[in-house]
Design a protein around this ligand. Structure first.
Ligand code: XMP
Length: 470
């Protein structure tokens, strides 16, 4: 047998999510006891191992705010000008750490209008706000018993308990009344706590009490990185093939000049990780997986791929061999379900990056598209023709050397609030770790065992032999 034949016949098997299952083990762990906290970067510990893809149909401020409130991290895409991206990041930093309802009545409204509003909203007290946005007090049904309907509410605004923005988290744990006004240090009104949803939140916050956020950058755009540095918690290098010596050289400069955590990627092999570890210093994380994404056409267009599960295991081996286990892996691409997420973590990742799974949610930065009686959202690869036409992310696929799209676009079903999807992943991951008998992700790395499936097995471990029309 010649060496070419040998190369073919002895090629490694690039196992991917559908090829394997996690085996159940003896367990004394109940899913609700499972702790999903994890390092997303060397210096950022998140409450859930979930990061959103920096794609222009997934992550702008709304997604990053929602995700950070739920304990994960949003990475703002870079398919926009530097100024626009900085603005999106600032919006996250300025957002309240928990959802607030912006309910108030203008000081110039009438008592009659205020009574109607109280009844309609079914709350105890209505914050009264002047034309400068300052909080004046609360209007309550019983605070204006003798008032004339046409009187101005400002006259009947009574002082009461308020909370400062920074205290929002502390107060939310004690289940406050629904009409506790939040104000900033200048007395400006911010809203009232959205009581209904507080219990699910465990926000990811920085040391100034603001939501954490990441932003994607090109390794060649030091200016953008410098503009973002003041605001972001982490920069995520966003190229399809980081294991390229020009990229590595450019990243070296970034890592030297930028002080926030920098995650590099994407990579897909042991050797790529080995080169990063030997050629770069201060890398804060690795984005791992090439061509597995739901909108990727790299595998078809170029024949090149490092499927996410295989890539994660390879990179993890390199980290172990080089004693660099403090550097977290973010598994990126092709993660469709909590089960895939569990496999990615079990293969050595610390966190997962989601594109398609989040693209159908309210918070994803793409339009809602009704077709017949159903709702969809647009989702496109950053290497798709239409995304490349916007120019800013074009160097992800390094033109001018490449002149071909490596991504596609399409519609995904509308899925409602992102909190629902995150809850599904959280609950699924907790259940998975319960089956494996792992109390946390570190234990999962040690205890997880994989088994390979046949094509018949793959069919059997999915719902089958039902009419799925319900
Ligand atoms: P999922 O499967 O979650 O994958 O939708 C999202 C990841 O796919 C990558 N990505 C691309 N890969 N061509 C590619 O080959 C593209 O146009 C493209 N756009 C995004 C990216 O890593 C993302 O996080």
């Amino acid at each position: 047998m010649g060496k070419f034949t040998d190369k073919l016949i002895n090629a490694p098997i690039a196992l991917t999510f559908g090829d394997v299952v996690l085996l159940p083990s003896r367990s004394d762990v109940e899913p609700r006891e499972v702790d999903l906290t994890t390092n997303i970067t060397v210096n950022i510990k998140a409450n859930i191992p979930i990061v959103s893809s920096p794609m222009d149909t997934v992550t702008e401020a709304e997604m990053a705010i929602a995700l950070a409130r739920l304990g994960g991290l949003g990475v703002i895409h870079r398919n926009c000008s530097r100024e626009e991206q900085v603005e999106l990041v600032k919006q996250v930093k300025k957002a309240p750490v928990l959802p607030v309802k912006y309910i108030y009545i203008k000081a110039s409204s009438t008592v009659e209008e205020a009574h109607k509003m109280l009844l309609k909203l079914n709350i105890e007290a209505l914050p009264v706000v002047d034309s400068n946005g300052l909080f004046l007090g609360y209007f309550k049904h019983n605070s204006a018993i003798r008032a004339d309907d046409k009187d101005l509410v400002a006259r009947y605004a009574v002082k009461g308990e308020v909370i400062k923005r920074e205290e929002l988290l502390k107060v939310s744990k004690t289940n406050p009344k629904d009409s506790l006004a939040i104000i900033d240090n200048d007395g400006k009104y911010w809203g009232i706590i959205d009581n209904g949803s507080c219990n699910n939140y465990s926000p990811l916050i920085d040391d100034k009490g603001r939501l954490r956020v990441g932003a994607a950058i090109s390794p060649y755009d030091l200016n953008r990185a410098k503009m973002l540095e003041k605001w972001v918690d982490v920069l995520v290098v966003d190229v399809a093939h980081f294991h390229n010596l020009n990229c590595i050289k450019a990243a070296k400069k970034l890592l030297r000049e930028i002080s926030v955590d920098i995650v590099v990627g994407n990579i897909g092999t042991y050797e790529a990780c080995e080169d990063i570890l030997t050629m770069l210093e201060n890398v804060a994380g690795l984005r791992v997986g090439i061509a597995s994404g739901s909108i990727c056409s790299t595998g078809i267009v170029t024949g090149v791929a490092a499927p996410t599960l295989f890539a994660v295991a390879n990179v993890r081996d390199a980290l172990e061999d080089y004693g660099a286990l403090h550097i977290p892996i973010i598994a990126d691409g092709g993660i469709k379900s909590p089960g895939d997420a569990a496999k990615a973590l079990a293969a050595g990742a610390s966190a997962i990056m989601l594109g398609r799974a989040l693209a159908g949610t309210d918070e994803a930065s793409s339009p809602l598209i009704p077709i017949g009686s159903r709702l969809y959202k647009l989702y496109r690869g950053m290497g798709s023709k239409s995304a490349l036409a916007k120019r800013y992310s074009a160097d992800r696929y390094s033109p001018p050397s490449k002149k071909i799209a490596e991504g596609v676009e399409g519609l995904v079903p509308y899925r409602g609030p992102v909190a629902n999807v995150i809850e599904e992943f959280r609950a699924g991951l907790q259940a998975a770790l319960g089956y494996v008998g792992a109390r946390n992700i570190r234990e999962l790395w040690v205890k997880a065992k994989f088994a390979r499936l046949t094509s018949i097995g793959l069919k059997e471990v999915h719902p089958h032999d039902l009419l799925m029309s319900l």
